[in-house]
Ligand binder design. Structure first.
Ligand code: TNX
Length: 547
């Protein structure tokens, strides 16, 4: 079904998502894959070859033995491992880092990329070209033939930051589910995984020097979390966390897929789980923090961190372990939150008021900036960069900080105009916890309607931005808050198919929102749904949740 004859490339049948820059007919091909088809990895592409073999091997039942040489030879047409035959991966330094070229011929499929990341993005395209069954873990029909249709793809991303944020605090997703999500991001050519590890409702990362963060801070009751699932409305302890080895595994798995990980440790608000574990971190002069439990309700807890030197030292301790777990090469950014910090306790607290005077920061907003500025400098000294939610603009933006613009575009625009880097993730466009249809059956009690088409017409760079500021828009990410997603299936339902539309916005060179051809995108989604079926993704069916 995926074959096209030379000269007639049918994008709807091929269903490449995200759409490549150019897709043209090859002079020769299709290329048939067989038992002897070699896979040749040129220097620097060995990791991509390993990934391809471990993915296409189980799906096709083909061993893809290592080809000889560098993949630059002429080949003799025998398809038995000679130079230049089979699947050939190579670097081409004339290409941009994540750009690639995939060329199908009668005796070879050649993927070249500016870096291994580019070759990896091209390998994703190859997998899509092989058809939906290439996304399974065992061959449906051993002995069937596999063909790569005769096409040439030349491709590169619009943005260098194409991300998804996953909240594992409100509901915990086991490590296996996180690894699966990294596979799903990779399949859509996304390259940033923002890992929201802490919040009022649970602390999810093991920190050796503060064991209570997970012993105490990762557990709560399920109460009030079960929307339309009354069996979840009980007091059963609910929780979970990632050990440091789990985190190392997740980071390594992401790195193999050329995905950067942005760990988030959210301060000074969203901190009730932290304060439950270590009550001295709260505003003890206005609340008895020893009686707290991990927040088991929706929304934002009033219990925020006390603005003391001890609090700073505590989080320096946390971050020392975080930096060790998330190395600089794959985690240049560390997210420090900064969102939705209620200032009521600081207003009431004599200690906090004394700190405002002592630090000369003016008011409560200034206290919040004081936290963020401290960790901006602290991270910068260690070769990292701080990123925070757009509330970090209030009270003055820290010098080197980048901004995740979530309350619309305004924060991001202001930050970019002031020369700060920005990731656009406005909630009205790309919050995937919001419902995707207005119908009564939609399993989502809150949120605005954000349809697949809405996401497809999302534009990360607002009109009117100066060219200088536009250069500071690093890219965009979709955010997945999990208050009402109790498990992997619910996350899948909210995320798909909208993440496919988002990936195209982030990767492809789409025209202005009104000029985007949504019907053509939907046509390409037909084969893509078949891929998601093969992967076992519980996406929202196009017609709604119930047949
Ligand atoms: C706002 S976005 C939040 C989250 C919630 C989300 C629900 C942001 C920085 N804070 O804590 O989960 O809304 O849509």
């Amino acid at each position: 079904a995926n074959s096209v004859s030379p000269g007639a490339v049918d994008p709807a049948a091929l269903g490449l998502i995200p759409a490549p820059r150019t897709l043209t007919a090859a002079a020769a091909g299709p290329y048939p894959l067989g038992y002897a088809t070699p896979l040749t990895a040129g220097p620097g592409t060995e990791g991509v070859a390993r990934w391809l073999r471990s993915t296409l091997g189980p799906a096709t039942g083909l061993p893809l033995p290592a080809g000889d040489g560098t993949g630059t030879g002429a080949g003799d047409g025998s398809g038995t491992g000679s130079n230049g035959q089979g699947i050939v991966l190579a670097l081409d330094e004339s290409l941009a880092p994540e750009a690639y070229r995939l060329e199908v011929g009668a005796t070879a499929v050649r993927i070249t990329g500016g870096t291994a990341a580019g070759v990896f993005r091209g390998a994703q395209t190859l997998r899509q070209l092989l058809g939906p069954d290439a996304f399974r873990r065992a061959p449906l029909a051993p002995g069937r033939t596999w063909e790569v249709p005769p096409v040439v793809v030349e491709d590169e991303p619009r943005f260098g930051w194409r991300g998804m944020m996953l909240d594992v605090s409100r509901h915990f997703l086991p490590k296996e589910d996180v690894l699966r999500y990294l596979d799903l991001l990779a399949a859509h050519k996304l390259n940033v995984f923002h890992f929201h590890l802490t919040d009022d409702q649970g602390w999810r990362i093991e920190i050796k020097r503060y064991p209570r963060l997970t012993e105490v801070g990762s557990w709560r009751s399920r109460t009030k979390y079960g929307h339309r699932a009354s069996e979840l409305w009980d007091e059963t302890p609910y929780g979970g966390f990632y050990t440091q080895d789990d985190i190392r595994e997740i980071v390594a798995y992401a790195a193999e897929r050329h995905i950067r990980v942005v760990p988030e440790i959210d301060i000074p608000g969203h901190s009730q789980a932290t304060i439950t574990a270590y009550p001295e971190l709260g505003n003890t002069d206005v609340v008895d923090t020893t009686t707290l439990s991990v927040w088991d309700n929706w929304g934002v807890s009033p219990n925020v961190l006390a603005p003391t030197e001890d609090t700073l030292r505590f989080f320096e301790g946390v971050l020392e372990e975080v930096l060790e777990l998330f190395p600089a090469e794959t985690s240049p950014f560390v997210h420090m939150g900064g969102d939705e910090c209620p200032k009521d306790q600081w207003k009431e607290s004599p200690l906090a008021q004394a700190r405002i005077a002592e630090l000369g920061v003016g008011d409560e907003d200034g206290l919040q900036s004081w936290f963020i500025r401290h960790f901006d400098a602290w991270l910068t000294e260690r070769g990292r960069r701080l990123i925070g939610w757009d509330e970090i603009l209030e009270g003055g933006l820290a010098e080197g900080a980048a901004v995740s613009s979530w309350r619309g575009y305004a924060g991001g625009v202001a930050a970019a105009e002031a020369g700060h880097d920005v990731v656009m993730c406005p909630e009205q466009q790309v919050y995937l916890d919001h419902r995707q249809d207005g119908g009564p059956d939609e399993p989502m009690p809150i949120g605005y309607v954000r349809t697949l088409e809405d996401v497809y017409r999302f534009e990360p760079v607002p009109p009117g931005l100066s060219e200088r500021a536009a250069r500071h828009i690093l890219g965009t990410q979709a955010n997945v808050w999990t208050e009402v997603m109790q498990n992997r299936a619910r996350v899948d339902y909210q995320v798909f198919p909208r993440l496919a539309a988002f990936a195209e916005v982030a990767w492809s060179a789409l025209p202005a929102p009104d000029d985007r051809d949504f019907a053509a995108f939907e046509a390409r989604m037909t084969p893509h749904y078949a891929r998601l079926d093969a992967l076992g993704v519980d996406y929202r069916p196009p017609g709604g949740p119930y047949p």
